[in-house]
Write a protein that binds this ligand. Sequence first.
Ligand SMILES: [Zn+2]
Length: 478
Amino acid sequence: MGKKQKENLDIDQKETVCRTLHQYNKEPLSDEDMRKLQEIAEDYRRIKNYVYTRYGGVGSLSKLYPGYTVQNEMTASGLRADLSMPSVYFYRAIFDALGDIKSQWARTKTKIGSLIAQNENLLPQEKHYLRFLIRVNNAFDAALNQKPIQLPQEIQVKYEELASQVDVEKMHRYLCRQVRKYHVRNLCTDKAAGFFITGHAYRYGIEKERHQDKSVSDRYGIFIATKENRKRVFIPLTDNNAYEKQLYIKLKPEENGIEIHIPVQIKVRIHRDYLNEIGLSVGIWGMFTTHEGHIYGEQFGKLHGELTEYISKANVSYRREKNNNVGRKKYKARKAKLDAKLETYINQEINRMLEQEKPKIIYLPKLPGNSMGGYNKKINYSIGIWKKGLIKQRLQQKCTQHTIELVEVFGKGISTECSNCGAVGAYSKDTFFCSNCGYETDKKINAAKNALKRGQTQYLNKAFVSGEEAEMEQIIQK
Ligand SMILES: [Zn+2]
């Protein structure tokens, strides 16, 4: 490892952060399927409200950790049978509600903690004692419920030492008062917006769809357990991803749709020395050009050309000899190799750019055609369309990994606007020229400078009008 790299590691920090990924239904659900999901959400809501009511109070504090008591009592309550709710949903709803109750208590404790810290009428030893009660669950519970405080031996010693210095009764009365005043019990919700779902209640996979002309096609999606025994709702999805996590199914009944939320833990790096703001323009010859004229991915056009040329040639011969399976296999292997080569190149060049430019924020014009992260394999692998979706997806991914902010700016007219004076200029093959102020520069540098300017002045991609995408398309293709 070189000296420079070592220095970088010293100022880097690694951290794990939680991000939420999303999946969407590909087509509207049938009314019947939507109703089945709403049924689950409705009962899920009822169970949660039941738990809020029964376990939200001071008297249930001792049952919250670790929660088995609640689980057993809920099993005995008969509610599951009343609702005929599958256990995968029943227990998930209980733990969901318990989680809410615990967070509510955590908020209350934080609030009271800061009040104690600010309270000038409390003596230091009183503050100590109260903070101890807040921090130790069993002590907190006992104090609020007027029970004797009994803790594991080592902590008990510590407790008694603190207790000996204060008026315990008075302290407990103070704590009770604060809790009465500030603890907000979880409100029962009347909205059945969705539900959590664990691995036993869903499965990703393919369903055969039979058409009227008797042909069959495959659809990828998710099967979700319903209240009917063994009956699952199949929902085709817009992507082909599968997760093995607890998912949140958000219902959008107004459009017969769903939104799946997937929490993921990702490792990120924080670079303390990445402080720059850069503007980028994106192109097929030279993947990225910065506002300072640095180019990354100069070979991209060449590599991409190789790939598309190979695909189109192969397609011609494929049409000639349709039954040549060996040839088809060879083709697939070769194409996969070229694909991989291009992807590796994209990754390398993005890495190189981030290392060289050390950006804190990257401003990127809204690219036409596909939205951020909505990278569709089918589109990108077809001939003639270059991999801007892939480039952007990779850039997004790397920015997330390195905690760099990637901001989309408004794309309209970004290459015809003069970055020097703001007037509308014109460009020939590679050069931008402004007849208003006489400014002349590389077309891509001008666009990248505008990206930076638009980003810094908050002229972001909010009201993007679709007609303008065609214009951007032209600029990028050149
Ligand atoms: Zn000008």
